[in-house]
Design a protein around this ligand. Structure first.
Ligand SMILES: N[C@@H](CCC(=O)N[C@@H](CS)C(=O)NCC(=O)O)C(=O)O
Length: 233
């Protein structure tokens, strides 16, 4: 697919800004940020190679990013049509509405309702995932059960998956970057496999990771393990 191109160099505090607001559409990301990964993979899947990927180094952030691009100073953000939009879930819908390429939201009423419910639930899932990383090992399976079971049950609704609405959609992109990281770090830091007894979830993440548009956005597991140590403290 056209949009799966070489990843451009990462910009840091020493880098000049791109020629801002020159009509180019730019998606600012960090190569390791799960929020940014949502929008990055959606852009790839839709084949939107006209949207330039601009990776920035969050540990050594260019000052122009906050001053001239996105005052909240977070990624992702999208420079498009003379304005900048942030918030990953907002951006998923923005890409869906304002750009071409394969659609990532269903038109079917029942699936649309399910999409809305699951997109709303995404924050509950991520919050549970991060807060449970701080809990003692013995409490982990019970603390994670409600959110993991919610997704396992959701995967049974539409032709048994493999994706959350049956076919691949924005909903999968809302969850997968976080699930991918939790699947790596829970066995290591909490001796707990988050897919144990949840075969649909295991199949789901495997299928998402097979999609080229997503596969190119996956972070190296060693980097995830190292970066997530701080969430366990
Ligand atoms: N709610 C935001 C969260 C984005 C976010 O927290 N991104 C992190 C990187 S993974 C970030 O930019 N952190 C920098 C900071 O908070 O200063 C979204 O969904 O886009």
């Amino acid at each position: 697919m056209g949009a799966i191109d070489a990843i451009p160099p990462v910009l840091n505090s020493k880098s000049e800004p791109p020629p801002l607001f020159d009509g180019t559409t730019r998606l600012y990301i960090s190569l390791t940020c799960p929020f940014a990964q949502r929008a990055w993979a959606a852009r790839n899947y839709k084949g939107l190679s006209d949207i330039q990927i601009v990776p920035i180094d969050l540990q050594d952030r260019p000052t122009w990013y906050k001053e001239k691009v996105y005052p909240p100073n977070k990624v992702p953000s999208l420079e498009h049509d003379g304005k900048v939009t942030g918030e990953s879930l907002v951006l998923l819908e923005y890409l869906e509405t304002n750009f071409g390429g394969p659609k990532l939201l269903p038109t079917d009423t029942v699936k649309k309702e399910a999409a809305e419910e699951l997109l709303k639930y995404a924050d509950t899932f991520t919050t549970a995932g991060y807060s449970t990383l701080k809990k003692p090992q013995a409490e982990v399976p019970e603390a994670l059960a409600p959110t993991l079971d919610h997704l396992e049950n959701a995967l049974g609704k539409f032709n048994g998956g493999p994706f959350l609405l049956g076919e691949f959609s924005l909903v999968d992109l809302a969850y997968a970057p976080f699930f991918e990281r939790f699947q790596i770090v829970y066995p290591i830091y909490k001796n707990y496999d988050i897919t144990i007894g949840r075969p649909k979830l295991l199949k789901w993440i495997q299928e998402v990771q097979k999609i080229d548009a997503y596969a190119t956005t996956i972070s190296a597991p060693e980097g995830v393990v190292e970066a997530y140590k701080r969430f366990t403290l």
